[in-house]
Every structure is written in structure tokens, then in C-alpha cells.
Design a protein around this ligand. Structure first.
Ligand SMILES: [Zn+2]
Length: 299
């Protein structure tokens, strides 16, 4: 009995050691760089996952100008771009990716098959909606990623896993989980310091989103890159809690608000430091949907 007990007591620290050593060794050769775009690109985040020589990019900007700035940052890394992964079918996460593809013509552009189908379906009305506004700051011929045949990809042998699709600000939102960094590149499942886009969801879907945020917190991530953030904020797990609390508050206030102006004022009062983009586009449209003044946006 005693021997067995000693054996097991020793085994636990030994196993912990074995499990931790490879993770630390690998972590030395993979790193993240998060680039937050300008306000015309809705302060979306783009993440470079960098190995020694190769890198991958998660999401691409809305405007050509932000895509050129992103390419400039990427060129300065001196690394070879192998893959662009697109998290979901919102134009602020892929619209100007041709600029990146032109700079790195050998890079594969991939996404979950459901996201690819969403993008091909919606490109015609995205052109009608956004091209007049963007003019030559947007793509002439927007394109879509290629569907993946498995739910993971790699940079120099380091694994990146697709999470989802699940309900985020889009019903087919995906994220990337990088186990060895305990990093969640959350796409539009998480926001950080910026009003949360609730213009495509009814209460039931927003509750699903809250459940997804709670489940993602169970991963206990050390790094969380939100889909959008107020520039300068941290890329950490606080974005999951922020997004969850914001949605819970919005759902509660939407039930009693007489109209969207009341809901807008209440959310601004609750979140005085939170920013908006494109002339209050996010909160105004979300609030109008939240009180039923307009139907949910279709993407
Ligand atoms: Zn977005």
C-alpha cells in the first residue's frame, strides 16, 4: 500500500513535468503579434502567428488603406506568409484581403467551409452595400477563402485549431485556439472596449452567444485577441467577460427601453469608456434591432 502511494505521489509531478516541457520548448519558437486597424476598418484586430521563418495571418482588413499598412508591418517581419485564415463572413475581417494576397501570392487563404459558403453567398449584396462608401479604398473584385478539409492548420508544425462555427456577432463565427500558447484568437465572439455588434441577433441568439463565452472561459486562455478593440487595450481574457456582461446588460435594458434612443443612452451610461466607430454605427444599429424598430441585419 505504502509503495503504491509513494509511486503515485511521485508520478503526478513527473507527469506534470513531462506535459509542460514540450509546451515551453515549442512556445519559444512561436509568437503572436496583434495589429489593430484604424477606425475606418472598425478597429478590427489582425493576428500574426509567427514561427522562425514562416507566419500565418488571421483575418484581413476592411479597407485597402489598412490592408497596405498591415502588409507594411508584415514585410518588416521578414517572414514568409504561408496562410491567411478568415474567422467569419463580415467584411471588416476579409474585404481587402486581395492587397495581402498580392504581396504574398503563394499564401493559401482558408476558412471553415460554412464561412466560405456564407462569404460567396453574400458578396453580391456586400458589394452593393459597401463599395459605394469605400470607392477606391475597397476591393474592385472581392474574393473568398478556400474551404478547409480539416479543423486545424499549422505554422512550422505548431498547431492552430478552428473552434466553431458558433454564435458570436455572426451565427457562423469561428475562433482559433493555439494550445501551446493558450491563446484564443476569438474573432467576433469577443470585443474589447468597443460597443458589441448586436445588429444581427435576437435575444435567443444573444443568450447562445453568452453561453459560448462562458464555455470559452473554461479553456482558461492566457491570451484572447478580440475581433475589435479600443486601440491600446490588452489582449486578455477580460474581453470575454466584457462581451458577456455587455450582452447581458443589453438584453435586460432592451426589454424595458421605450425606444432605441433610451437604450443607446442607457448603454452609454453603463459603458462610458467604450468607443464606437463609423458615426456610432455599432450601438445605433444594435439598439434599433434590440428594441424591434428594425429587423436584424442580414449578412
Ligand atoms: Zn467584426
Amino acid at each position: 500500500m505504502n509503495l503504491k502511494k509513494t509511486c503515485c505521489t511521485l508520478l503526478v509531478p513527473l507527469l506534470t513535468l513531462i506535459m509542460h516541457v514540450p509546451a515551453h520548448a515549442a512556445a519559444e519558437t512561436i509568437s503572436l503579434e496583434v495589429i489593430t486597424s484604424s477606425e475606418p476598418s472598425l478597429h478590427a484586430n489582425f493576428t500574426l502567428v509567427m514561427g522562425e521563418k514562416d507566419m500565418v495571418l488571421i483575418d484581413a482588413p476592411f479597407t485597402n488603406a489598412d490592408a497596405h499598412r498591415l502588409v507594411a508591418d508584415m514585410l518588416e517581419t521578414g517572414k514568409n506568409l504561408t496562410t491567411i485564415y478568415i474567422t467569419h463572413d463580415h467584411p471588416d475581417h476579409f474585404w481587402a484581403m486581395q492587397v495581402v494576397m498580392d504581396a504574398y501570392p503563394d499564401a493559401k487563404v482558408i476558412s471553415h467551409p460554412d464561412v466560405v459558403a456564407d462569404i460567396w453567398r453574400s458578396i453580391p449584396f456586400k458589394i452593393a452595400r459597401w463599395s459605394p462608401m469605400l470607392g477606391n479604398n475597397g476591393p474592385e473584385f472581392p474574393t473568398a477563402p478556400v474551404p478547409m478539409t480539416q479543423d486545424w492548420f499549422e505554422v512550422e508544425g505548431h498547431r492552430l485549431e478552428v473552434v466553431g462555427p458558433m454564435q458570436g456577432d455572426h451565427h457562423n463565427a469561428t475562433a482559433i485556439w493555439i494550445p501551446e500558447l493558450r491563446a484564443l484568437i476569438a474573432g467576433d465572439i469577443a470585443f474589447q472596449g468597443i460597443h458589441v455588434w448586436l445588429g444581427e441577433t435576437l435575444e435567443e441568439q444573444r443568450l447562445d452567444w453568452v453561453a459560448n463565452l462562458n464555455a470559452l472561459m473554461e479553456l482558461d486562455p492566457e491570451v484572447v485577441v478580440a475581433g475589435h478593440k479600443r486601440p491600446g487595450m490588452d489582449d486578455d481574457v477580460s474581453s470575454l467577460a466584457f462581451t458577456r456582461d455587455y450582452i447581458v446588460d443589453f438584453n435586460r435594458e432592451a426589454k424595458t427601453a421605450r425606444n432605441s434612443n433610451v437604450l443607446i443612452a442607457k448603454m452609454r451610461e453603463l459603458y462610458p469608456d467604450v468607443i464606437d466607430v463609423l458615426d456610432n454605427f455599432i450601438l445605433v444599429n444594435s439598439a434599433q434591432v434590440g428594441v424591434g424598430e428594425i429587423p436584424p441585419w442580414e449578412e
